[in-house]
Ligand binder design. Sequence first.
Ligand SMILES: NC(=O)C1=CN([C@@H]2O[C@H](COP(=O)(O)OP(=O)(O)OC[C@H]3O[C@@H](n4cnc5c(N)ncnc54)[C@H](OP(=O)(O)O)[C@@H]3O)[C@@H](O)[C@H]2O)C=CC1
Ligand SMILES: CC(C)(CO)C(=O)C(=O)O
Length: 294
Amino acid sequence: MHVVVLGAGSLGSLVGGLLARAHEVTLVGREPHVSRVREGGLELTGAYDERVRPDARTDPPASADLAVVTTKAFDTDAAAEALAPVALDACLSLQNGMGNETTLAADLDCPVLAGTCTYGARLTEPGVVACTGVGEVVLGARGGGASEAADRVGTAFDAAGLHTTVAEDMPLRLWEKLAVNAGINATTALARVENGALLDGPAGGVARDAARETARVARADGLDLDDETAVAAVERVAEATAANRSSMLQDVEAGRRTEVDAISGFVAGYGVETPVNATTARLVRAWEAARDLR
Ligand SMILES: NC(=O)C1=CN([C@@H]2O[C@H](COP(=O)(O)OP(=O)(O)OC[C@H]3O[C@@H](n4cnc5c(N)ncnc54)[C@H](OP(=O)(O)O)[C@@H]3O)[C@@H](O)[C@H]2O)C=CC1
Ligand SMILES: CC(C)(CO)C(=O)C(=O)O
């Protein structure tokens, strides 16, 4: 399979690097990373210790069997635009936040699959990506149900040694992941605490309320996500990643734009009363606006 990875930063380089063990891979990213990969290959460190040799460039090739999108959610429009002229059999988003698949499907003439990913990745220097946690990719039809494209992609990911599950209930899984991110990301970014501080610290109630609100919005969207399941998912992830600084906290600490619009902002923008998500979204957006990041 020829796989093009659009947005080869941390996650895209890790997933693309692992796929390159079994497939032809083209990483599409930024300089100087792409030149370094082209010249000396991509080094996988952390949980892995190997060098792979994907192609790397700043613009997509004319065709590929599969595009894997790993830009930040606020760059999905640009990713869709870059992929629109590419002849593709399928596209898969592994991004966090809600709405990415809809944005991609509006521009692409191929099935767009939904995915969630619990692998951890960090681009430590150009040409080198560290795997900070071996996790799982779950993928499937974005509207749910069986999908031949999802089966093909699942088989290809398995062949490269990525832990992969093909699921027929992606809408529910996306909402549950959104509840985890709405609970953990904005709360830890605003309180400047590690994920584990939400288990019994004073910010824990905010995270649990944000997850309950997300479940309420999921139910308004027709999904069967109850409050207890959403809260339990937040607690399970906060415990499993207790020492982590969430991606939103890392973005704030590095002075970078966050994915708040696709997480807390998405929940708050649904037309259901969600005062906690509305407040956390407004506060993170205020921080971004004060730094001219939006
Ligand atoms: N890192 C992780 O461990 C995990 C991340 N995720 C999710 O995956 C997504 C990506 O995260 P992450 O890898 O950390 O982010 P990064 O910022 O490290 O990677 C995204 C990369 O895409 C590049 N990019 C954006 N637009 C384009 C374009 N049109 N053409 C080429 N390159 C482009 C960015 O460049 P530039 O910045 O210069 O625009 C950046 O290098 C997010 O939604 C995140 O929440 C999910 C699970 C784990
Ligand atoms: C699961 C969690 C909350 C882990 O930190 C994450 O996805 C993130 O930080 O974006």
